[in-house]
Design a protein around this ligand. Sequence first.
Ligand code: ZN
Length: 134
Amino acid sequence: MKNIFYKFFQGRYGAYGADKLTKFILFIAAILLLLSYITPVGILYYVSFILLIYCYFRLFSKNIPMRYKENETFVKHADKFLNLFGDLKYNISQRKIYHIYKCPECKQKIRIPRGKGKIEVRCPKCGKTFIKHS
Ligand SMILES: [Zn+2]
């Protein structure tokens, strides 16, 4: 039985397991399926089903270079997206430490550490000074 299974997968893209793109699509399909149950948006069920079929198509595909390329493209974009998310997280953590003020004169954004009380801020761009509580 194991032999038949092995032979069936031989020369197919999924022979070495699901790649990141397939796993990602499966994940999205699972979420859509869940959403289709808890929301009245019935079409999500069909979208989820189509995504599932696409996953099978990729796993059983014999065009390995093409599938490989698709995954590479996906990983590249996913990394970019994750980096963006990382930047956002960084900005949020910065906001806990700093206040971001705008210069009343030139609208330049100025970062001031929190908890310093009343301070005079000097805009590095136009030289305007103003008082802020941090
Ligand atoms: Zn300024």
